[in-house]
Ligand binder design. Structure first.
Ligand code: PLP
Length: 440
């Protein structure tokens, strides 16, 4: 372990991590293997992976079927291009499969290697969509504060967490942010969206992008009517709606896609993570028939956008098998049922401990907010490092979770694999109770 920590410090720049902290403290948990909802570190400690690693290992760890699907495809054709006039069976079949489970009217898929690329693709596609219709001035993108859309150029700009912009300065121009419906409620959030549209001029706006449930911002579940109102506003001003389903897609919220909870149809839907349960990198964007028809009719010559790994055959083969598992094992239903149990468990903890504010879950995507005073929702002083202490106490009890401390919040997030059963939910709740009680 010591040797690995030294090598990690010397050679490995971790993503979205403090380089100085890494140098001071070294890697704390070096994960060695995974099985079901559990991961095991190199010292043999076993943890419930209550975040599905990065909100992505939806079918759980250690699925031999997925390893076999990858091996089979690699032996046959590990990689081949899909540029220009080339294609291959796994990408064609996966595109067809995704179209068959996507919200109605979304039937054409552009593949990427992950969520950031998917959102950059969606944003470039909507700008292109307007350009080929002689409306190049429609290029602005509106997103939500506390939204997270990734770290490529456009997706960093769309992200509504300023720390991500500050790292390298402004990335792309013409991005604007409206207030999240969480805490503000639908009316105020819609007023904020309208205000941005009016201030910028509707005729300059290409699209509004939002997560059906804001994940990295702290699992912020919108009021039930929010997206219906968003859809109305978008239609009123002729603005396209992009649903960022990188976390919410493929069963996470108890429906195949998050927008199904809100009864709206987006014009574009970006996905990644759960499409392959993280076994291989894969993402993409599904576009509506209307958009695809315009592209077919008016996008002349080469569409100068594509990644080497767009439609990677091995990734596609694994994703096909992954979706088969999700369907065969009824994991979408299970996520909904176990999500209800998780939320009940959060409710029990809240009754017993007097430092818990809002608790929430939709499917297996949930959060507990820790506050100094639940009556007033007064937050703890950041100096107290409450989240960090709870995360540490959870580690000691064999649970991996993630805290969001944006704007002084102490939000403990949960996104366990969709295969959780009732006794595993109970065990998770018991450990969470113990950890919060310990720091109380
Ligand atoms: N969009 C959302 C909603 C996400 O949660 C993430 C990652 O957490 C991304 C986009 C970026 O995806 P990736 O890290 O695969 O580039």
């Amino acid at each position: 372990m010591e040797k690995l920590i030294e090598l990690d410090k010397k050679h490995f720049i971790h993503p979205t991590s403090s380089i100085q902290q890494q140098q001071e403290n070294g890697a704390k948990i070096i994960v060695d293997k995974g099985e079901g909802i559990y991961i095991t570190d190199v010292n043999g400690n076993v943890y419930i992976d209550a975040m599905s690693s990065l909100w992505n290992v939806n079918v759980g760890h250690g699925r031999e079927e997925l390893a076999e699907a990858a091996a089979e495809q690699m032996k046959k054709l590990a990689f081949s291009s899909t540029f220009s006039t080339f294609s291959h069976k796994p990408a064609i079949k996966l595109a067809e499969k995704i179209a068959s489970i996507a919200p109605e009217g979304l039937n054409a898929v552009f593949f990427t290697s992950g969520g950031s690329e998917s959102n950059d693709t969606a944003i470039k596609l909507v700008r292109h969509y307007w350009r080929i219709q002689d409306k190049p001035e429609r290029r602005k993108i509106i997103a939500l504060r506390r939204g997270y859309h990734g770290v490529a150029a456009a997706s960093t700009s769309a992200t509504g967490i300023p720390e991500f912009w500050n790292m390298a300065g402004n990335m792309m121009t013409d991005f604007h942010h409206a207030n999240t419906p969480y805490e503000n409620g639908t009316d105020k959030a819609i007023a904020s969206l309208r205000q941005v549209i009016e201030a910028e001029g509707a005729e300059t706006i290409a699209a509004f992008i939002a997560e059906p449930v804001q994940g990295a911002g702290g699992v912020l579940i919108p009021p039930v009517n929010y997206f219906k109102e968003v859809r109305k506003v978008c239609d009123e001003y002729g603005i396209l709606l992009i649903a960022d389903e990188v976390i919410t897609g493929f069963g996470r919220t108890g429906t195949m896609f998050g927008v199904e909870n809100w009864g709206v149809r987006p014009d574009l839907l970006s996905f990644a993570k759960g499409v392959s349960s993280g076994y291989v990198p894969l993402g993409g964007v599904i576009v509506s028939d209307e958009i695809y028809n315009i592209l077919k009719e008016k996008s002349k010559g080469t569409l100068f956008h594509g990644y080497t790994y767009s439609g990677h055959p091995t990734a596609a083969a694994v994703a096909l098998k992954n979706i088969e598992i999700i369907e065969r094992e009824g994991l979408v239903d299970n996520a909904r049922k176990m999500g209800d149990e998780l939320l009940k468990g959060f409710g029990r903890i809240k009754e017993e401990l007097d430092i818990i504010g809002d608790v929430r879950a939709i499917g297996l995507l949930g959060a507990i907010e820790l506050v100094e005073d639940p009556k007033t929702n007064k937050r703890f002083s950041p100096d107290l490092q409450v989240s960090a202490k709870v995360i540490e106490a959870l580690h000691n009890r064999g649970v991996i979770c993630r805290a969001v401390t944006y704007e002084g919040t102490d939000i403990i997030c949960f996104a366990p694999p969709l295969i959780m059963n009732l006794s595993q939910v109970d065990s998770l709740i018991e450990r969470v109770y113990g950890a919060i009680k310990e720091i109380r």
